[in-house]
Write a protein that binds this ligand. Sequence first.
Ligand SMILES: *[C@@H]1O[C@H](CO)[C@@H](O)[C@H](O)[C@H]1NC(C)=O
Ligand SMILES: *[C@@H]1O[C@H](CO)[C@@H](O)[C@H](O)[C@H]1NC(C)=O
Ligand SMILES: *[C@@H]1O[C@H](CO)[C@@H](O)[C@H](O)[C@H]1NC(C)=O
Ligand SMILES: *[C@@H]1O[C@H](CO)[C@@H](O)[C@H](O)[C@H]1NC(C)=O
Ligand SMILES: *[C@@H]1O[C@H](CO)[C@@H](O)[C@H](O)[C@H]1NC(C)=O
Ligand SMILES: *[C@@H]1O[C@H](CO)[C@@H](O)[C@H](O)[C@H]1NC(C)=O
Ligand SMILES: *[C@@H]1O[C@H](CO)[C@@H](O)[C@H](O)[C@H]1NC(C)=O
Ligand SMILES: *[C@@H]1O[C@H](CO)[C@@H](O)[C@H](O)[C@H]1NC(C)=O
Ligand SMILES: *[C@@H]1O[C@H](CO)[C@@H](O)[C@H](O)[C@H]1NC(C)=O
Ligand SMILES: *[C@@H]1O[C@H](CO)[C@@H](O)[C@H](O)[C@H]1NC(C)=O
Length: 758
Amino acid sequence: MCSVYLVLLLAGICGVAAKGALHTASIGSNSGGRILTPQNNYNGWVNPEDLAPMPQCIAQQDQSAWLNTMTKCTSKQCTSYFGVICTHHQWLTQLSCLNTGFSSDVIKGYLSYCSRSILAKAQLYMWVRNMTGRTWLVDIGDANGLEDLSPASLDEGYVAVNSTYNAPKCLTGSISALLMEPFQHVMASCSFTSTTQHTGNTARPWEYSESLHSIIALDFETVGYNLTHHNISYGDYFDKECFCSAFTIDPRKEPCLEPGQLDLTRERLWMNATCGPKSLPRNWTDMLKTTEFAYIPIEDWHWPTCVIDMPKQVIELTGQCATDACELDASGYCKVKRAVDRACFCRNISYDACGGSCQVFEARIDYVKWLHDLCGSVQDWHGLPDNWHQLAGPTPLDMIPWRWTIKPSNKSTENFPSDAWKLGSFASVNIPPILAALISRTVVKHQIEGISLWHPHPGRWVFAGILIATLRLLANWFNAFLVQNTLGYKDVPVVQLMFLWCTMPGLAWLPIVLISVQPFEAMHLSAVASSLIAEMVLQCLSAYYMVLTVNYGWAHNFYFGEHSLYFGVSESVEKGRSAQIMYAGALLWLLIIILGFVQLMWAHRMNREAGSWSLDLPTSQRSKWITSNTIGELISQWHIHCTRLGERLTRPWIDKGRAEETPLRSTGQGNHTVYGTLFIKSQNNRSSGELSAEIYAVTAMSMPLLWIAQWLFWGGFIGLSSEVFCPPMLGVLTAVWIALSFAGVIVGAALGRPPASM
Ligand SMILES: *[C@@H]1O[C@H](CO)[C@@H](O)[C@H](O)[C@H]1NC(C)=O
Ligand SMILES: *[C@@H]1O[C@H](CO)[C@@H](O)[C@H](O)[C@H]1NC(C)=O
Ligand SMILES: *[C@@H]1O[C@H](CO)[C@@H](O)[C@H](O)[C@H]1NC(C)=O
Ligand SMILES: *[C@@H]1O[C@H](CO)[C@@H](O)[C@H](O)[C@H]1NC(C)=O
Ligand SMILES: *[C@@H]1O[C@H](CO)[C@@H](O)[C@H](O)[C@H]1NC(C)=O
Ligand SMILES: *[C@@H]1O[C@H](CO)[C@@H](O)[C@H](O)[C@H]1NC(C)=O
Ligand SMILES: *[C@@H]1O[C@H](CO)[C@@H](O)[C@H](O)[C@H]1NC(C)=O
Ligand SMILES: *[C@@H]1O[C@H](CO)[C@@H](O)[C@H](O)[C@H]1NC(C)=O
Ligand SMILES: *[C@@H]1O[C@H](CO)[C@@H](O)[C@H](O)[C@H]1NC(C)=O
Ligand SMILES: *[C@@H]1O[C@H](CO)[C@@H](O)[C@H](O)[C@H]1NC(C)=O
């Protein structure tokens, strides 16, 4: 390829003479069958075609002085005599004439061009030495080192000529500012091939043209890299040092200086890759259209996850801002790519441009991060709100597991009632127990008057319990209703708020626990059982929100994973602490419930198995069986403990079944040898009795723990949902709440006392 290119170049420079040469060359190569005459030296005269071919750098210049010198040494000589008669004339060149002809003066005219490239200079030197035997060109010593070149002689290295395909036309068609020489010309002067190539008639490099009265060159030799005694892969190359010193760019008149055009970037990148940044204006990187930062290749473009909610104008921006840009290849050249102009895109997008899911939690986090990655470093871009750091993590709103909020819909009414209703609701949650106590008191009073004190029907407790729960629900509803009717809170959903309040911690468990450590009394039993049932109903109702919270926390990785509140992230998250507490509370609640069930299942199993043996086995063996099961040792201890506790309260229930047959036993006795009597009397009823004791015990044990879990849940939730997390306010709330709760308990206890003592 390059050979042709060099020939063409040669044709361009040398005009007619070269054309003639090429013409003859092609004729010469056509007559391939010609017998080559061996080199004959006729007394210092040789056939011109036996002379070494013209070096590349001479072929690329005006060769007239060169050809003249050779012509002067060439004359028609007789090469064959018949006696004294000459039978054959030939144009021959006299070597000694060449020796003197190619003096320093002749070489001087060619040297500046030929010495641009050290390889070309070496080639010229070889030729001159071959012709004249001189070991210097113009001045003694100017050829030092040319005979033993090495790859290191090319200081800056070399590049394949085809790299010019990466340069824009405006550059390859431009003129060197320094030498006023065309780009291609400079390139030709510095180029070389992997090994010496011939361009033209290899067998006949020179010829005397009688019509032109001059020696003409039919061939020239390209400069070969193997002058350095090393091989490189086949191809055309150019010497960087040679090119960069000869071809320069005027910083004020860059060849491709057309604003908005990719060619300027291509030109600068090519020059930088070839000649380094020194060849360019100082701030040349300012206007580059590269995919480094300012432009994003279309194939690398990605949208955030909420792309479906992005308005059409935003989606279309990529098309409107698409343009060509340069991607740097491994050598630093420009590879034209379709790309999105970052600045153009960012100019027209801001956080508010996309609503819908783009503003909700994970999608929002992704969106904010995407936006920040995309435009954060763009100058003068302020598309993200000031608090974007918070938006890039879970916000308090995201951490509330349900989508409705207790926020005023009208901003101007904010703050005013928000604290008031909280206080009110806390207080009113504890009013129902008091009411319930009052009501059950009346009910029980009627019972006392009518039926026997010792046989309160369990159905009544259930009824009373459900009544208490219903009352609390009603109170919740009333509260929610009040909130909804507060100015600005129209959007608050009453039913959901009502159920949410079921998760509020109440002190109903306190009497249960207190009573279980006191001597048993039927009145207490009634109050306790109904409280227990009410509490169970309320806990069942709160399950919805608790499970919802745990599930939401799990699904959104609040427990473990990228948004984990417990492993390092919470510091950066607004109200992370509150959320931590809230989610821990919900999880704790769930765990307690699960553990409670597990314990009940265990108890149930124990009951079945132990029950079937109990007729024959004494208690000591029973407990041995339990303890021999090593896994359950601790649990069984706990089980026995709980059962004893529960037994005290449920005994009347159990005893009721056998009231006719057995006298009432002392209630102060907590010895489970009692079972012995029970087993004998009625095994089935004993089992169910023990089971209900177990249920009672587990429930009573779980209540305080559930209460703590609910406290955590609510403490966290209030912190999370209040506009400003305000500990003093929470403190006041707590104090009021505790006071009211205790009031409830005290009233309840007072009412629960046996009527005889009232
Ligand atoms: C010049 O080159 C020719 C072959 O091209 C060779 O025969 C000749 O010996 C060389 N002369 C000198 C002085 O190196
Ligand atoms: C230049 O040639 C080399 C091999 O000689 C090749 O690997 C490279 O892709 C070519 N570059 C261009 C731009 O054609
Ligand atoms: C370079 O290669 C050419 C062609 O293969 C060969 O004629 C010439 O002698 C080589 N030159 C050197 C210095 O090895
Ligand atoms: C160059 O390549 C030729 C064969 O292509 C091989 O004979 C020669 O030894 C190589 N020279 C160097 C210096 O590798
Ligand atoms: C310019 O070239 C130098 C090495 O010559 C390179 O380190 C730098 O990355 C190039 N700059 C660009 C923008 O390509
Ligand atoms: C940077 O280039 C611009 C033209 O592109 C020129 O006006 C400005 O003076 C240059 N600045 C420096 C510091 O060279
Ligand atoms: C980008 O916004 C500017 C105004 O900020 C406007 O002139 C231009 O038309 C917009 N471009 C697109 C593609 O929307
Ligand atoms: C918000 O409340 C103010 C008075 O506090 C009232 O003037 C305004 O109309 C309300 N806005 C809405 C949307 O209800
Ligand atoms: C419980 O029963 C054991 C025998 O099983 C007996 O030694 C113990 O005194 C009893 N305790 C009470 C409080 O009755
Ligand atoms: C269990 O108690 C009930 C009364 O509560 C009684 O009717 C029933 O017969 C008892 N079962 C057995 C197996 O004694």
